[in-house]
Design a protein around this ligand. Structure first.
Ligand code: NAD
Length: 268
């Protein structure tokens, strides 16, 4: 899994597709958010990273010539501050990639997941998207323009016997909320779409492969592409949703999953 597959989306693109746009990216210190910051910056956007992890976030911000704002996405005042700071620094908010999320080990089958864990995951994965969308809209509505992309997951569309009950429910909520926002604000120049990634080749997943290969294989067998996604492949999809290239797409669940949700029997 450590070798990069061939023919994948480039990490950077020589393009001015996002020139003059200001993008707020939550969870931009790591994984999909970080890859998206790099990709969007290469296409001309000004980047504001919002994350709990200040050390990594400052580094990404420096790499892309943008800013970092410390934020807990479940805290209303901190989220408001994130979007207000982006607007004050760069003159507006054109793109909101509401992407920060968690999947703690304690969130598993409903039979063993306690209420505290359930609530924590709902706060960080779902309430956060409500808050980020709300405060992004405060800047987008007066401008009559904007693109909001909320990270859901393929598990919002299909069930897994390897359950993460609160995570799956939170991502289902992200999908419905996104649809509703997309419809409500469609005539105000604002588009709202959800990203549904399949499993991504992250350090967590690499660890699972190293430690428990049968568990990893149990998941991999369902992916027609025969591998997990690279963060750059999600970043390219987000840059598309952020740009005018997707100008007729809103209230949509954009699935980037290597074919999982379309598959019955996968190739040998
Ligand atoms: P990641 O762990 O690499 O990055 C998540 C980032 O969110 C981290 O930088 C973390 O510090 C930040 N974060 C966590 N809690 C926060 C909080 N309360 N406030 C602010 N920042 C916070 O994860 P990733 O794999 O890049 O996942 C990004 C998104 O994609 C998540 O919403 C995740 O659920 C979703 N997703 C991931 C996968 C996958 O396989 N990795 C698949 C489908 C969906």
């Amino acid at each position: 899994m450590s070798e990069k597959p061939q023919n994948i989306a480039p990490a950077r693109l020589e393009s001015n597709r996002l020139a003059g746009k200001v993008a707020v990216i939550t969870g931009g210190s790591s994984g999909i958010g970080k890859a998206t910051a790099i990709r969007m910056a290469s296409e001309g956007a000004k980047i504001v990273i919002g994350d709990l992890n200040a050390e990594a976030g400052e580094q990404v911000a420096e790499e892309v010539g943008g800013s970092f704002v410390s934020v807990d996405v479940a805290d209303e005042q901190q989220v408001k501050n994130l979007f207000d700071t982006a607007a004050q620094t760069y003159g507006g908010v054109d793109i909101a990639f509401n992407n920060a999320g968690v999947s703690p080990e304690a969130d598993a089958s409903i039979t063993e997941t306690d209420l505290e864990t359930w609530r924590k995951v709902q706060e960080i994965n779902l309430t956060s998207v409500y808050l980020c969308s709300k405060y992004a809209l405060e800047h987008m509505r007066p401008a009559k323009s904007g693109s909001i992309i909320n990270t859901a997951s393929f598990v919002a569309l299909m069930g897994a016997a390897t359950s993460q009950i609160s995570y799956s429910a939170s991502k289902g909520g992200v999908l419905s909320m996104t649809r509703e926002l997309g419809v409500e604000f469609a005539r105000e120049g604002i588009r709202v779409n959800a990203l549904c990634p399949g499993p991504v080749n992250t350090p967590l997943l690499q660890e699972l492969f190293a430690k428990e290969p049968e568990k990893a294989q149990r998941r991999l067998v369902h992916v027609p592409k025969g591998r997990f996604a690279e963060p750059e492949e999600l970043a390219a999809a987000v840059a598309f949703l952020a740009s005018d290239d997707s100008s007729f797409m809103t209230a949509n669940a954009f699935v980037v999953d290597g074919g999982i949700t379309g598959a019955y029997v996968t190739p040998l």
